[in-house]
Each structure stands twice: as structure tokens, then as C-alpha cells.
Design a binder for this molecule. Structure first.
Ligand code: NDP
Length: 305
């Protein structure tokens, strides 16, 4: 059996794509991965996804999307993607020792937040440690927070946080930022933001939530403790593209997308954080999933005519 579309990935991009392709009567298989649902499965309250005025828990939102995709006939294989052969059509997608064939493919494997990997960080994600200021800034009203990183994301996170927090300290390991000049200017002109260069967070401390961080000055070697309520990590993302041998990616590993949905291979589309290093939001991923599905549908129609 040859599917019309195989969607690799089951976050907001993949599941939105599946809702659209199945409603278009395309035979669709989602390769969901053993840990299905993407980054929202690791989130608690989601307050910025439209349609949920009281907010919704990340896993509940993903469960709803999955049910919606299943309702229209999406099939799922709950195993991890292992490889794909895009050299001839139908394309071949291998999952846990089994190979599936499809006329088209949508890659929606997402990206993982890059964390610092220091002691105390992992267990406090959602309890003071965050990687998304637009999602979590409102929980830090009148609090003191740090943002780690020196790129545009760190600048943007810091600026978003100033709307709520009393103080925002940007901690960067180098003595200058890599962020664009305009973002740096905005940060430097904001009276709520303090900057600490040549500094690395080496430990996150606290009983049940973040209370302090240990910061090392990498010029002098001096380690000090800073009392703090929140730690926002903005040091980049790691796109899940390692297993795609023939797909063009940029220097950071994100899929190079033309018109937001085309890859370098005809019939292989892309959606979500695996190509979007900029917005990285559930709602934009869902939007990209919709676009990729509509384009795949159009492309399949053109192949048949
Ligand atoms: P970047 O890769 O641009 O920057 C990552 C930053 O994190 C760098 O300063 C890097 O340090 C630092 N870093 C990386 N690893 C570590 C580590 N282990 N410990 C401490 N620091 C670390 O990622 P961004 O997410 O900031 O940006 C991604 C892309 O999105 C960029 O193209 C950016 O321009 C774009 N973007 C644009 C925005 C806008 O225009 N408004 C907003 C947000 C993103 P170092 O400098 O030492 O390498």
C-alpha cells in the first residue's frame, strides 16, 4: 500500500498537517515517535494558543490535536523514525524496522531546546527555568530574572520579560553579543536590563523552585551566587534533522525551506520548528503545518493531471 502523505513528526505542525490532509481525503500516516506530541508535551500551562481563553495544559492540547487528526482517519505509527529514502518515488520511510511507502512526505520533526546542561537545571524546568519568555513571562510579574545567551533570542526574551519582571539580567559567556545591532540597542537602552558579560551559569539552586544561580566569571574564575526567581535559557535550538541525509540544511542544521514549505526534493515538504529558527511558537508551527498540507495536496493533484 502506498500512502498519499507520510508526515514525520507529531507536534503541532505534524498534527495540523494531518488534519488537513485527511480532510482532503488523502491517505495519511503520521510517524509519531515513541514520545509523541513534541515540545508541548513537556510544557504545563499554555496561555498563548488561540481558542483557549483560560489556557490549556500542553499535553491536553496535543491530545486534542491527535484526536482531531484521528477523527478524519489519520493512521499513526507510534515508533521512532529511523531513515528515509527520497531518491525515487514512491518515497520510502523506515520506522522501527518496517518500511512504508508514500507519494509525498511532510517533515515536521521539530527542534529541541538547547539547555545549559548544568546541575539543577533539568529538574526545575517549569519551576523557574524556562526557554520561552512569550509563554512564561507573565508568571514573573515583579520578580527578578536572568536570561542566558547572546543572540537575538536572548535579546527578545529579555525585552519581553521587562514588561513583567522588576529586573532582567542578561548573562552571556563572551564580552560582546552576537545579536543584531538593533536588538542590542533596544536592550542597552532599556533601564530594566542589566548585562553581565564573561559569565556562565554553572548551577541552578533551590528547593522546589529556582531560588539562586551560581555564576562563574570566566575571566577571573570567580564563582558567586545570585538570588533569582527565574532563569530563561535562550542559547538556541537543535533541529531534528540528523537522520535526513538528502535534505539541504543550513549551518545550524535547520531545513532550508523555500516559500516556507518546499525542501530541495520535489514532493518532500517541511513544516514547523525543523525549519523555523525564528518564531518557534506552537501556533506558527500549526500554521506551517497547514501550509505544507495544502501545498502537498496541490502537488499531488498536479502529479495526477
Ligand atoms: P543563536 O545561535 O543566534 O545564538 C545563541 C547564543 O547562545 C549565542 O550568543 C551563543 O554564544 C549562546 N550559547 C550557545 N550555547 C551556549 C551554551 N552552552 N552556554 C552559554 N551560551 C551559549 O540563537 P538564537 O536562538 O538567538 O537565534 C536563532 C536565529 O533566530 C538567529 O538567526 C536569530 O537572528 C533569529 N532570531 C531573530 C529575532 C529577531 O529578529 N527579532 C528574534 C529571535 C531569533 P556565542 O555568542 O558565544 O556563540
Amino acid at each position: 500500500m502506498v500512502y498519499d502523505v507520510i508526515i514525520i513528526g507529531s507536534g503541532p505542525a505534524g498534527l495540523t498537517a494531518a488534519i488537513y490532509t485527511t480532510r482532503a481525503d488523502l491517505k495519511t500516516l503520521v510517524v509519531s515517535g515513541v514520545k509523541w506530541g513534541g515540545q508541548l508535551m513537556l510544557t504545563t500551562e499554555v496561555e498563548n494558543f488561540p481558542g483557549f481563553p483560560e489556557g490549556i495544559q500542553g499535553p491536553d492540547l496535543m491530545q486534542n490535536m491527535r484526536k482531531q487528526a484521528e477523527r478524519f482517519g489519520t493512521e499513526f505509527v507510534n515508533d521512532d523514525f529511523t531513515s528515509a529514502d527520497f531518491s525515487s518515488r514512491p518515497f520510502k520511510v523506515s520506522v522501527g524496522g518496517k518500511t512504508y511507502e508514500s507519494k509525498s512526505v511532510i517533515i515536521a520533526t521539530g527542534a529541541d531546546t538547547k539547555w545549559l546542561g548544568v546541575p539543577g537545571e533539568a529538574e526545575k524546568i517549569g519551576r523557574g527555568v524556562s526557554s520561552c519568555a512569550p509563554c512564561d513571562a507573565a508568571f514573573f510579574r515583579n520578580k527578578n530574572v536572568i536570561v542566558v545567551g547572546g543572540g537575538d533570542s536572548a535579546m527578545e526574551e529579555a525585552l519581553v520579560l521587562t514588561k513583567f519582571a522588576t529586573s532582567v539580567t542578561l548573562i552571556h559567556r563572551k564580552d560582546s553579543f552576537k545579536a543584531s545591532e538593533i536588538m542590542q540597542k533596544r536592550v542597552k537602552e532599556n533601564p530594566k536590563i542589566k548585562i553581565q558579560f564573561n559569565s556562565e551559569v554553572v548551577e541552578v539552586l533551590g528547593e522546589s523552585k529556582v531560588e539562586k544561580v551560581k555564576i562563574k566569571n570566566n575571566k577571573t574564575g570567580e564563582v558567586s551566587e545570585m538570588p533569582i526567581d527565574g532563569v530563561f535559557v535562550a542559547i538556541g535550538h537543535i533541529p531534528n534533522t540528523k537522520l535526513f541525509k538528502d535534505i539541504e540544511v543550513d549551518g545550524a542544521g535547520f531545513i532550508k525551506a523555500r516559500d516556507h514549505y518546499l525542501t530541495n526534493i520535489d514532493g518532500v515538504f517541511v513544516a514547523g520548528d525543523v525549519h523555523d529558527s525564528h518564531y518557534k511558537q506552537a501556533v506558527t508551527a500549526a500554521g506551517y503545518g497547514c501550509a505544507a498540507a495544502l501545498e502537498a495536496q496541490k502537488w499531488l493533484r498536479e502529479q495526477e493531471s
